[in-house]
Design a protein around this ligand. Structure first.
Ligand SMILES: *Cc1c(COP(=O)(O)O)cnc(C)c1O
Length: 425
């Protein structure tokens, strides 16, 4: 068998939706984007949703919208994809990188310690789809002593009058807190529709607004829409109507709008998300848990507790008591047997660029410890039962080989190994 890590979900409904867009002759931002934004409002119960061409550009947009500039600080976790930090750097501001907790999410105690009078925003990352502890983060940013430290410099900062809480929800569409969409717990939740994410538009992202009542969200939507279109007061669709040629440029915007041809892919997928695609991800996660839970080396990823539920974007398995090198060997063995796995994530301070900026992994012991033991398994709706069983067996064989190799015992690397450790598929 040869099992890819995360192929996109392309069924006939996706193809039909794209063909409909092509037939309509309107391929850039238009009705499909509007329809996808409406679906996102429904899915997240947010006030307004704005589609853009990536998570990264959406994050840059929202930081710029809030007036983040050189001298400002934005607190982010060490355990994330580089885009979380790069969006801050693109605004000229400083990413203040803090360590994570055992559940992969930003450590709120470290967040509290990192806050200074320069702190303008926090970006919390819902790793693997597991929502961060937003109640704790909200308690911190609304506490009187933290509010007193906040120095508002722009009209939006004055209106909010506290640190902005952004959710890096790239993984967490469908995640729940208290039976509601988890994204409601942040001021701004940004989703990614990159090809590997739970819903994709090939490349794309969506900003969901949950701003306090003193913001005019409808006006902010209009402003942000313009911001995605070079600061132009008329979009291409209204300009294309007869007599609608006149436009103006009102400020230095970005060019980060989502084309309809991309929105069509996500639109067909999101209509099936709640009833079909997401439950199938959950079933696979439960199958993995059932298969591995009695094995002594298995550490389960956080999937649900009494308040929270994941969106099952990744299955970040951890293996007890192994080194980074042993983990790498296990991955090589799994790959040789035909299963593509991954590691989420290499902590930012281990990447050349961030090392060059002075961040050191030694200051992030939890992030390193999680990374060194982590392997992300394939988890997506198209996986068949036979494939899931094959993945389970492959992982067990590869891990067991590593342990046996460690203990210096000569047990063959074959299916007998699986039987010897008492696992029957
Ligand atoms: C994928 C991802 C991003 C970036 O998304 P793009 O749409 O590719 O810009 C940001 N943060 C996390 C945690 C991601 O996994």
């Amino acid at each position: 068998m040869n099992i890819p890590f995360s192929p996109p979900y392309i069924d006939q409904s996706v193809i039909d939706e794209v063909m409909h867009t092509l037939d309509s002759k309107w391929i850039t931002t238009g009705p499909k984007v509007v329809a996808l934004e409406q679906e996102m409002v429904k899915a997240t119960s947010c006030q307004k949703a704005i589609c853009v061409n990536s998570w990264t550009s959406g994050a840059i947009l929202m930081l710029k919208w809030f007036g983040i500039k050189p001298g400002d600080e934005v607190i982010i976790p060490a355990y994330t994809y580089c885009a979380t930090a790069l969006s801050v750097l693109h605004c000229g501001a400083t990413p203040v990188i803090v360590d994570i907790s055992d559940d992969f999410c930003i450590d709120h105690q470290q967040v509290r310690k990192a806050i200074t009078s320069k702190t303008k925003a926090i970006i919390a990352v819902d790793i693997a789809g597991w929502p961060c502890n937003y109640d704790e983060l909200n308690a911190i940013i609304t506490s009187p002593e933290v509010r007193r430290m906040f120095v508002p410099a722009t009209s939006k900062q004055k209106l909010l009058n506290r640190i902005l809480l952004i959710a890096d929800a790239a993984h967490s569409l469908g995640a729940k807190i208290d039976n509601e969409p988890a994204s409601k717990k942040s001021d701004v939740a940004i989703f990614s529709f990159h090809a590997v994410k739970n819903i994709t538009t090939a490349e794309g992202g969506c900003i969901c607004l949950n701003l306090p009542d003193n913001f005019d969200t409808a006006a902010e939507y209009q402003f942000l829409r313009m911001y995605t279109l070079n600061g132009q007061n008329k979009d291409a669709l209204s300009k294309s109507k007869g007599g609608g040629w006149k436009y103006d440029i009102l400020f230095q915007g970005l060019k980060i709008n989502m084309p309809d041809i991309c929105a069509a892919v996500g639109l067909a997928q999101i209509r099936k998300y709640d009833d079909d695609l997401l439950p199938r991800r959950k079933l696979i996660a439960l199958r993995y848990i059932k298969a591995f839970k009695s094995l002594p080396w298995f550490i389960a990823p956080p999937l649900f507790d009494k308040d929270r539920e994941s969106s099952y974007h990744l299955f970040p398995l951890r293996i007890k008591d192994i080194t980074e090198g042993q983990r790498d060997m296990i991955i090589d063995d799994i790959a040789k047997m035909g299963v593509a796995v991954n590691v989420h994530f290499i902590p930012l301070p281990m990447l050349t660029y961030f090392k060059g900026l002075g961040y050191q992994i030694a200051n992030y012991p939890v992030a390193y410890h999680q990374y060194a033991r982590e392997i992300s398994l394939p988890i997506y709706p198209q996986l068949s039962d036979a494939e899931i069983n094959f993945i389970i067996r492959t992982v067990i064989i590869a891990v067991q080989k590593q342990f046996i190799y460690l203990n210096g015992q000569a047990i063959q690397q074959d299916t007998d190994t699986v039987q010897q450790i008492g696992y029957a598929i």
